[in-house]
Design a protein around this ligand. Sequence first.
Ligand SMILES: C[S@@+](CC[C@H](N)C(=O)[O-])C[C@H]1O[C@@H](n2cnc3c(N)ncnc32)[C@H](O)[C@@H]1O
Length: 221
Amino acid sequence: MTGKKLEGGWRRNIYYASHKMRDSSIYFDRVANDYEDMSKRGIMGWLKRKERACILDFLKKVGSGRVILDAGCGNGYYSHLLSKRGWKVIGVDKSINMVKEAKKRGIDVVRGDIYNIAFKIKFDGLLCIGVSEFCEDFEIALSNLMSHVRRGGWMILLLPRFNFWVIIYFLYHISHGILIRISKVSQLEKIIVSKGFEIICVKKPTPISQVMLLRRTDDNA
Ligand SMILES: C[S@@+](CC[C@H](N)C(=O)[O-])C[C@H]1O[C@@H](n2cnc3c(N)ncnc32)[C@H](O)[C@@H]1O
């Protein structure tokens, strides 16, 4: 940081956020230990329960499969949920401390960035829950993720909605020094179609989130 001297706390966070998006891993590394408790409490707990119900409902539609990639798995919350239901899950996350937390849960997880992960296998399904807003250009990451799904496979994406409530979500992250990005659904739709996927269902379980179920219908990607 150069130039004007800034005091700590929110001023420094706003400075960071307005000048350069701080790598969200700094934040997720810091909160990894408490993340489970944080996501059970208050509004965050309410949001997580609603989103989880929607994701579980979508999973009933995809039928049985074998190997799932949980992209941006965090502490392995969804990986664990799916493992308990008999899926083989591989998690990937950029935050080293989140990876440690997921390992404690017994998840097969690797540290990596969804922009450039390169697994040799194709997955039956892929989850990307609450990650897009932390990516500077989620379209690029999405294209890479899609190339990891087999023909006939599926993908579940949880993204923020663009409405009034997003301002509160945005300010919440600014207060932690993170500038979130909201992807334009129309832009994502173009990529989804160009990569041979179709949108099967979209639900809005909470005022700030939407969940998309996609299926890969052809192999021209
Ligand atoms: C809000 S948490 C969601 C975690 C988990 N999907 C869940 O729903 O409980 C977002 C996670 O995405 C991870 N993340 C952000 N950008 C990433 C990237 N480019 N590659 C891999 N992981 C990323 C963060 O480290 C963090 O663990």
